[in-house]
Design a protein around this ligand. Structure first.
Ligand SMILES: [Fe+2]
Ligand SMILES: [Fe+2]
Length: 184
């Protein structure tokens, strides 16, 4: 009986440790994923750093061959994950802030771009990464995404940031980091 209790106790302890590990891992992951955003003190710099990360992954993706299905699928999954987090940060904070400050046309235009980006990801997955058309579609996707990022980081975002007082920019950065943390 004592032996049995001890055994159960060990199982319970193991389960407890498992639970703790289960809780700990996402936090560690969050800290890593959130790193660039938190390190960059302002929201424009944070979003620009995330653009660069996506750029690196696309460089790798576009260098793959039709026989590298696993690598393509893995990279596309990583890109889709990064874009989803990034999109939430922009759509839930930055674009509404643009609209709130009489820049509604810009907010709508950028939101529309995000819808197209989602369609590109969907289409790539539907096509399948061994299809010869896949790389052509991936290149078209990257062209569109680059133009969207360039417009944000060189034109719309810096102009908007410079028009806002520092405390409002700090508030946007905090709100945006919270959105990113939520989905990371
Ligand atoms: Fe965007
Ligand atoms: Fe962006």
């Amino acid at each position: 009986m004592t032996h049995s209790n001890g055994h159960l106790g060990r199982i319970a302890t193991a389960a407890g440790l498992g639970l703790m590990a289960g809780l700990a891992i996402p936090h560690a992951k969050k800290a890593v994923m959130q790193g660039p955003s938190l390190a960059a003190g302002d929201w424009v710099a944070a979003l620009t750093a995330e653009h660069r990360l996506v750029e690196k992954m696309f460089d790798q993706l576009l260098a793959t061959g039709d026989d590298e299905k696993m690598k393509r699928d893995m990279l596309l999954a990583k890109i889709a994950y990064a874009i989803t987090k990034h999109g939430i940060e922009e759509e839930n904070v930055i674009y509404p802030a643009l609209a709130e400050n009489a820049r509604t046309d810009q907010a709508h235009h950028l939101t529309h771009d995000h819808a197209e980006i989602k369609t590109f990801i969907y289409d790539l997955r539907r096509t399948g990464s061994t299809d010869p058309r896949w790389l052509i579609k991936a290149r078209a996707f990257w062209g569109q995404l680059q133009e969207h990022m360039r417009e944000e980081e060189e034109d719309i975002f810096p102009a908007f940031r410079d028009a806002l007082p520092p405390e409002e920019n700090a508030r946007l950065t905090r709100m945006m980091n919270w959105e990113g943390f939520k989905v990371a």
